[in-house]
Design a protein around this ligand. Structure first.
Ligand SMILES: [Zn+2]
Length: 419
C-alpha cells in the first residue's frame, strides 16, 4: 500500500501486560486483545476479483481535502478560465481517480500474494492510503519481494499511463484542465511509488529490505527486525519533517505528515512485537500452554444458575458449554454476561449468550501456538479450546499465552538480540 504495506492478519495481536496469575483459565482481564487493529475499521462495500473491500470513514477526510485542494488551489492556478463548479467537479473526479489508483496498488499486492497461495483477508482504504491484510506470510524471500514490489510497480505504471495521456491530450490541443488533471494524477502516483520504496517497514520498501536481508542472512526474524527498526527511524524522520513544515506554516500538510510518521512508527513497533512473539513461540505447542481439563458447564443452565453455581464457585471467567449428549457446543465468558438485565439472566439459557463453537478458535495439542495466537482476537474473548479428536482437553487464555511469552523471553534473554 501506499503507506502501510501489507499486514499479515493477527500481526497486531499483542497480548497486553497480563498479570502473573497462572491459575487456569481464570483470568479476569478478558477484553479485546487486538491491539491497534481498531485504529482502522472499515465498512465492507463489496468484493473485487473475490477480495473483500472495506472503506474506513477517515477516507472521507482525504477525499474532501484533495477535492477542496484541487478545486480551490491547483486547478484554478494551473488551468485558469473555468467556472468554480467546473473546478469542484474536476477536483472530486480527480480525487476519486486517485483513490482508485490506491486501490489498484493494493490489488497488485493482493493478486501477487494470492498467486503464491496466500489468502487475502481484505483491502481497506483509509486516510493514509490502503492496507492489504494477508492471511499468511511468504515462505521464501523471492515471494516476499514480489508481493512487496507489485504495489509500487502498479503506482509507477499508473504514473506513466497518466503522463502519457496528458502528453496525448496536449498534442491533440485539449483544454488545460483535463491535461492538468492527468499530470496531477501521474505525478502523485509517481511520488507514491517512490515514497513507498523507502526501506522502512511497514512501507513496501521495508518489505523489500526484509526480503533482501532474509535472502542474505537466511533468517527471516532477524531480517524483519532490521526492517522494523528502519521503520521506526523513518517514522521519527517523518514526524520531525512534519513538525518543521507545520512551524514554517505548511499547516494541514505538516500535521498530516506528523500523523503519517506516527502511524509508520506505531506500525513498525507493532510489527517488531509480532516478529518477536513469532520467534519466541517457535516450537511451543498449544498443548504446552493450555490449562488441561477446564471446568465445563451444562449448556442448558440459565445465566443466573451459571453465575451462582459456577462463576462464584470456580473463580473462572470462561466456561466451555456441554450439551446433554456430552458434546461441547460453545464457550461462555463473563464479558458476554455482563450486559444482561436481571430478568434476562433468570430466563436465558447460557447457550444463547455463548460464543458458538464454530466461532471459537480451536486447536489440537500439537498445533503451533503461534498460529493460534493469530486467531485469538477473532472470537471467544481471547480464548481458544483445545481438542484431541472430539474430546475437549484444554483451554487457552490470554494469560496462558502471556505466560508462555514471558517464559520464552526469560529463556532467550540476551541471545536473540537482532544482529
Ligand atoms: Zn504498497
Amino acid at each position: 500500500m501506499p503507506w502501510a504495506g501489507s499486514v499479515p492478519r493477527g500481526q497486531d495481536y499483542v497480548p497486553d501486560d497480563l498479570h502473573n496469575c497462572d491459575l487456569h483459565n481464570c483470568d479476569l482481564h478478558a477484553g479485546d486483545h487486538t491491539g491497534g487493529r481498531e485504529l482502522i475499521q472499515g465498512v465492507p462495500v463489496g468484493r473485487i476479483l473475490g477480495i473483500p473491500l472495506r472503506l474506513d470513514w477517515s477516507l472521507g477526510i482525504i477525499f474532501w481535502l484533495l477535492s477542496w485542494g484541487l478545486a480551490t488551489g491547483a486547478f484554478p492556478d494551473l488551468a485558469p478560465g473555468s467556472s468554480e463548479s467546473t473546478y469542484w467537479v474536476a477536483g472530486a473526479f480527480t480525487a476519486a481517480l486517485f483513490l482508485a489508483s490506491l486501490l489498484t496498488h493494493e490489488m497488485s499486492h493482493s493478486l501477487v500474494a494470492r498467486s503464491y497461495g496466500i489468502e487475502v483477508d481484505n483491502i481497506t482504504l483509509w486516510v493514509f492510503g490502503g492496507i492489504a491484510t494477508l492471511r499468511g506470510e511468504a515462505t521464501e524471500p523471492r515471494a516476499d519481494f514480489r508481493i512487496a514490489i507489485a504495489g509500487p510497480l502498479a503506482s509507477l505504471a499508473i504514473a506513466v499511463f497518466c503522463l502519457g495521456i496528458a502528453g496525448a491530450l496536449d498534442l491533440a490541443g485539449a483544454p488545460d484542465l483535463p491535461i492538468t488533471m492527468a499530470v496531477w494524477l501521474g505525478s502523485i502516483n509517481g511520488m507514491l511509488a517512490v515514497f513507498n520504496l523507502a526501506p522502512a517497514a511497514p512501507l513496501d520498501g521495508g518489505r523489500i529490505l526484509r526480503a533482501w536481508l532474509w535472502k542474505r542472512r537466511g533468517d527471516r526474524a532477524s531480517a524483519a527486525l532490521s526492517a522494523t527498526r528502519a521503520g521506526r527511524f523513518f517514522g521519527q524522520v517523518l514526524i520531525a519533517a512534519g513538525l518543521v513544515q507545520f512551524l514554517i506554516g505548511a499547516g494541514v500538510g505538516g500535521l498530516w505528515l506528523v500523523f503519517l510518521g506516527w502511524f509508520v512508527m506505531t506500525a513498525a513497533r507493532g510489527e517488531e512485537t509480532s516478529v518477536r512473539i513469532a520467534h519466541d513461540l517457535t516450537g511451543v505447542r498449544a498443548g504446552d500452554v493450555m490449562t488441561p481439563e477446564p471446568v465445563v458447564a451444562p449448556a442448558t443452565l440459565t445465566v443466573a444458575e451459571l453465575l451462582d453455581d459456577f462463576v462464584l464457585q470456580q473463580r473462572c471467567s470462561a466456561f466451555p458449554l456441554v450439551e446433554p449428549d456430552g458434546e461441547v457446543s460453545g464457550l461462555v465468558t463473563l464479558t458476554r454476561l455482563k450486559s444482561l438485565s436481571a430478568d434476562a439472566r433468570r430466563t436465558m439459557a447460557v447457550r444463547d449468550v455463548a460464543w458458538p463453537l464454530a466461532q471459537v478458535p480451536t486447536a489440537t495439542p500439537s498445533d503451533p501456538l503461534v498460529d493460534l495466537v493469530a486467531r485469538l482476537g477473532e472470537a471467544g474473548d481471547g480464548r481458544a479450546l483445545v481438542f484431541d479428536g472430539t474430546k475437549l482437553v484444554g483451554i487457552i487464555s490470554p494469560t496462558d499465552v502471556s505466560r508462555a511469552l514471558q517464559i520464552a523471553e526469560l529463556r532467550r534473554r540476551g541471545e536473540m538480540r537482532p544482529r
